[in-house]
Design a protein around this ligand. Structure first.
Ligand SMILES: *[C@@H]1O[C@H](CO)[C@@H](O)[C@H](O)[C@H]1NC(C)=O
Ligand SMILES: *[C@@H]1O[C@H](CO)[C@@H](O)[C@H](O)[C@H]1NC(C)=O
Ligand SMILES: *[C@@H]1O[C@H](CO)[C@@H](O)[C@H](O)[C@H]1NC(C)=O
Length: 404
C-alpha cells in the first residue's frame, strides 16, 4: 500500500504529459514497451522527418561534462528551398525529446512550420533521452551518469548545443523552449549568458517560479519526493515507461478511481486542443527517462517557490560555502533581450499566478522587446500539440522572430 501511494504521487511530476496520455494506452495494452523502443536506433530524421518529405541531418555534440547529445537539423522546407532565415534551436521539456516538435502533421507541428517558413531548424535531445544516451566514459547503467538536474542541462547541454549550432551556421540563433526548456534558458539569461549567441527566445509554458501550482497533488508529490530523496537518488534513473512505473500509474488511476485519460487533465490542466487520434504516434516516442535528482530539484522549487541551485541540505556549505543554495534572479535578465512568453489560463504546471510573478520580475524589460501571449483555453501540452497552435501561437511567434 505504501508503495502504491508513493508511486501514485510521483507520477504527478510527469510534467510532459504525453507521458500520461500514453499512460492510458501503453500501461493497459502493452507490457514490455520500454525494452524495444530503447534499443532500436532508427533515428528521428528517418522516422519522423524524412517520412514527411523533408531533408534532415543527424548531428552530435559532446558537452563539457562528457554527455553526447544528438541534434537533428531540418535545413530546408518541404519545397526543398534552402533556409534563408537564421537558425532556430528547439529545446523540449521534461520527459520529452526532440520528437515532441514533430508529432502532428507538417501544417501543425512547430518543427516543420519553422522549416517551411524559411528557418534553419535544429532540434536538441537532452541527456538521458533515447537518442542522447552516449557519454565519453560512462554508460546509462552507471549511477554517475544520472547525477544531474536541470542545472546541468543549463550549464552544459544548453551551451554545448547553442555553441554547436553557432559553429555550424556562423549565425546568432533564435531559441524556442517548452516547459523545462524555458527554465534552462531563464537561468542562463539571468546570468547574462548566451547573449552573444542568441537573437531572441520564445518561451512556451514558462517554468520559473513554481509556488502557486493549481494542482494540490503536485505539491504533495513534491513533498513526498523530498521526504524520500535518499531512496530516490538510489534509483538514479527515472524511466516512466517501465513495468514498475506502469503499475504505479495504473495504481493511481485505481486509487483515484479515475479513467487514466482524465489524469492528464488532473495534472497538467484541461488541454483543449490535442488530437487524441494521434496518441499512437506519441506512444512510440514518449515519455523519455530523466534523472531522479532532476525531479528532486524540481520538487525543491515547488516547495520553496525559489529558483535556486540544488539543495544539498547540510552539505550546502561544501557545495556553495553557505547554508542555503544560491538563487537565480530573473530581474537580471537583460532588458533589451527579445523575449516572447506564452502562457495558458488552464495550465496547472505553468500556473498563471506563477507566470505573473515572472512577468513582474520582467517589469523593467524594454516594452518593445517583450511579447506576452496569453491564451485562456490552453493547458500545458496545448503549447506543443494543439491542433490550432499555428494560428494561435506559432504565427505570432514567427512574426516575433522575423522582427528580431
Ligand atoms: C550558462 O550558465 C552557466 C552558469 O552560469 C555557465 O557555466 C554556462 O557557461 C552558461 N552557458 C553559456 C552558453 O554561457
Ligand atoms: C566551436 O568552435 C570552436 C572554435 O573552433 C571550438 O573550440 C569549439 O569546440 C566548438 N564547439 C562546439 C560545441 O562544437
Ligand atoms: C488528427 O489525427 C488524425 C490521425 O493522424 C488525422 O487524420 C486528422 O486529420 C487529425 N485532425 C486534425 C484536426 O489535425
Amino acid at each position: 500500500m505504501a508503495s502504491k501511494v508513493r508511486f501514485s504521487l510521483i507520477s504527478i511530476l510527469l510534467i510532459c504529459i504525453t507521458a500520461l496520455a500514453q499512460g492510458r494506452k501503453s500501461l493497459y495494452t502493452r507490457n514490455d514497451f520500454s525494452a524495444n523502443s530503447l534499443v532500436t536506433n532508427d533515428g528521428i530524421c528517418k522516422t519522423l522527418v524524412e517520412t514527411q518529405g523533408y531533408k534532415c541531418e543527424e548531428h552530435t555534440v559532446t558537452t563539457n561534462d562528457g554527455y553526447i547529445l544528438s541534434l537533428q537539423r531540418i535545413p530546408t522546407g518541404r519545397s526543398g528551398k534552402k533556409a534563408d532565415k537564421p537558425p532556430v534551436l528547439l529545446q523540449h521539456g521534461l520527459f520529452c525529446d526532440a520528437a515532441i516538435w514533430l508529432f502532428d502533421s507538417p501544417e501543425e507541428s512547430l518543427g516543420f512550420i519553422l522549416a517551411d517558413s524559411g528557418f534553419d531548424v535544429w532540434l536538441v535531445n537532452g541527456r538521458g533521452t533515447k537518442y542522447s544516451t552516449g557519454h565519453t566514459s560512462l554508460t546509462t547503467y552507471d549511477m554517475a551518469y544520472w547525477d544531474w538536474s536541470w542545472e546541468e542541462l543549463a550549464n552544459y547541454d544548453l551551451p554545448a548545443s547553442v555553441e554547436y549550432v553557432f559553429n555550424h551556421t556562423g549565425q546568432k540563433i533564435h531559441y524556442a523552449g517548452h516547459s523545462q526548456g524555458t527554465l534552462v534558458a531563464f537561468v542562463n539569461l539571468s546570468q547574462g549568458k548566451l547573449l552573444n549567441r542568441l537573437r531572441s527566445a520564445a518561451l512556451l509554458s514558462p517554468i520559473a517560479h513554481m509556488n502557486q501550482l493549481a494542482s494540490p497533488p503536485t505539491k504533495l508529490a513534491a513533498q513526498f519526493f523530498l521526504a524520500n530523496d535518499v531512496y530516490w537518488l538510489g534509483l538514479r534513473e527515472f524511466i516512466p515507461h517501465t513495468n514498475n512505473v506502469a503499475k504505479f500509474v495504473g495504481g493511481i488511476c485505481f486509487t483515484l478511481n479515475q479513467p487514466c485519460l482524465n489524469l492528464i487533465t488532473f495534472f497538467t490542466g484541461p488541454n483543449c486542443c490535442i488530437n487524441s487520434s494521434r496518441l499512437d504516434v506519441y506512444v512510440d516516442h514518449e515519455p523519455q527517462p530523466t534523472a531522479t535528482k532532476n525531479l528532486i530539484h524540481l520538487s525543491q522549487m515547488i516547495r520553496t517557490g525559489q529558483i535556486a541551485k540544488y539543495d544539498y541540505g547540510l552539505r550546502n556549505i561544501l557545495h556553495y560555502g553557505q547554508l542555503v543554495p544560491p538563487t537565480y534572479d530573473m530581474t537580471k535578465i537583460p532588458e533589451e533581450f527579445p523575449l516572447f512568453i506564452s502562457y495558458g489560463g488552464k495550465d496547472y504546471l505553468s500556473d498563471v499566478q506563477d507566470v505573473k510573478i515572472l512577468l513582474n520580475d520582467l517589469r523593467n524589460h524594454d516594452a518593445n522587446k517583450l511579447v506576452v501571449l496569453y491564451k485562456d483555453e490552453y493547458a500545458h501540452v496545448d503549447f506543443i500539440m494543439a491542433i490550432d497552435a499555428k494560428q494561435v501561437l506559432y504565427d505570432p511567434m514567427i512574426a516575433f522572430y522575423n522582427s528580431n
